[in-house]
Design a protein around this ligand. Structure first.
Ligand code: AMP
Length: 470
């Protein structure tokens, strides 16, 4: 429902006081690539919650002063969010905090529910009032309601999971426990580890465990509920193994950091493999292979290795610019702000240019013209993802078909529009080779959705003006 939630989540549990806020800060900092719009931390100091949330990057929101203002605590939950509608950002900051009849909870969520609209309208008809337009608030509401009739918070989470469909990796903090859960299909990643001082940390990606000096223990399994509490760690598995695994394959292609390991697969290896497959599928006579920084680099290395064509750094990224996808509008100029071509590497050369994916095509068109201006003789684009043809209802910001270039144009037309000499997309039928044999979701490429899908996937459906509603 609502906003597409590409997010990073992080949690901390210790039996005694620990520097929970600081762990969260460094954890979120390592997860910044999963969401740059807003972030928040809630610290639990002996049952009392202190929070701070705001729009902005982790380093902007959590200044030294702000971090020091947190009390010490034994637990915390944190979130970094990439929403795709501008107006509602502050209201939709997470973690969500709820005071309820039996206490309080804070919740951080990554993913989108595919039955959110149905759940929300049912709840609203029974009197619920929502403050945000996020799916996460629906989850918090259902857990809170279940908590009234269950013996424990983990029972409430388990009961709530009966009605949730789609993608959710969750961290829920109660006064005494930290609970994490992953949806039974495992759309979004979640893992945990332990720091040398005995603190448990839970994170969307393993790179955030390393950032706080924690040793990864394992991934949370699809359907698993993990409870960190005074009695140690308990794993509940009533939803495990019941559904076909549907990890988002785009995590490997683009979202995740290349140094993360997700469900046993090293993200960097998946990307290198994608490049090797592209080289076998679409060979070309060329002088150098170059990758679009950052997420095209590993695939370019794979293409280079498999083809024997040397790898060259043809594009330099300004380190101080974030992901341009975040800013709306025409991004032709933004490409120039973000990237420049190295004339020395590409002038007079036949270049194989590897990018992770094409959504609207704007970025790549800008990059191709940069390379031409720098004197590239031929440009052969290879894309490490199949064409995006379908909206995602599980949290990837690929919403309406009219924005997807592959929905509007043929391969030849796209190639012409980009100004390339040739174009090859990753073959849909070989995606399984990137995921180490585990089940995955490729709905945005294949149209095969592993759950029922909502009727309305527009990301601005809660932000529409009266005049736009029929
Ligand atoms: P464009 O084709 O101009 O819309 O931009 C495509 C580029 O945006 C890709 O090469 C990725 O680096 C990046 N990208 C693709 N999908 C997403 C997404 N869901 N969220 C953020 N960035 C994305």
């Amino acid at each position: 429902m609502s906003l597409h939630e590409e997010c990073g989540i992080f949690g901390v549990y210790s039996d005694s006081q620990t520097d929970a806020a600081r762990y969260c800060f460094y954890g979120l900092y390592a997860l910044q690539h999963r969401g740059q719009e807003s972030c928040g931390i809630v610290v639990n100091d002996d049952g009392v919650f202190s929070s701070h949330k705001d729009v902005g990057l982790v380093g902007e929101v959590f200044t030294k002063e702000r971090l020091s203002a947190f009390p010490g605590g034994s637990m915390a939950v944190a979130h970094t969010r990439y929403g795709t509608t501008g107006s509602s950002s502050r209201r939709n900051c997470q973690p969500i905090e709820v005071n309820h009849q039996k206490g309080r909870l804070a919740l951080a969520h990554n993913g989108n529910l595919s039955n959110a609209a149905v759940l929300r309208s049912g709840l609203e008809l029974s009197g619920a009032i929502f403050h945000t337009t996020t799916d996460s608030e629906i989850i918090a509401y259902i857990i809170t309601r279940e908590r009234l009739r269950t013996a424990s918070i983990e029972d409430a989470v388990s009961e709530a999971m009966k009605s949730l469909e789609g993608a959710y990796s969750l961290i829920v903090m109660s006064p005494r426990k930290l609970i994490c859960a992953r949806d039974p299909m495992g759309f979004r990643p979640l893992c945990y580890g332990k720091t040398p001082d005995g603190t448990y940390v839970v994170a969307s990606e393993s790179c955030a465990l390393h950032a706080v000096g924690a040793k990864p223990i394992r991934d949370v399994e699809p359907g698993e509920i993990l409870i960190f509490g005074q009695n140690g760690i308990e794993s509940r598995r009533e939803y495990c193994g019941k559904n076909k695994k549907s990890l988002c394959v785009f995590e490997y292609i683009y979202f995740a950091r290349p140094d993360s390991v997700i469900d046993g697969v090293f993200v960097q290896n998946a990307r290198v493999k994608a490049g090797e497959i592209l080289a076998a599928q679409y060979p070309v006579d060329a002088d150098i292979v170059t990758g679009v920084p950052d997420s095209g680099i590993d695939a370019a290395i794979g293409y280079s290795r498999a083809s024997g064509i040397p790898y060259g750094v043809g594009l330099i990224k300004n380190k101080y610019v974030g992901r341009t996808f975040i800013s709306p509008g025409d991004r032709m100029d933004q490409v120039k702000i973000k990237l420049s071509a190295t004339e020395e590497t590409v002038k007079g050369k036949r270049v194989v240019l590897i990018d992770d994916s094409i959504v609207r095509g704007t970025t790549l068109r800008g990059i191709v013209s940069l390379l031409r201006e720098a004197g590239a003789k031929e440009i052969h684009v290879r894309v490490a993802a199949p064409p995006f043809l379908h909206p995602c209802c599980y949290g990837t910001d690929i919403d309406s078909k009219e924005h997807l270039i592959a929905c509007r144009c043929s391969l030849k037309e796209i190639s012409e529009m980009l100004g390339t000499d040739s174009l090859g997309y990753f073959p849909l039928e070989r995606l399984g080779e990137l995921t180490g044999g585990q089940g995955f979701c490729s709905a945005c490429f294949s149209g095969r959705y592993p759950t029922e899908i909502p009727a309305d996937t527009r990301k601005d459906r809660y932000e529409q003006k009266l005049s736009e509603i029929q």
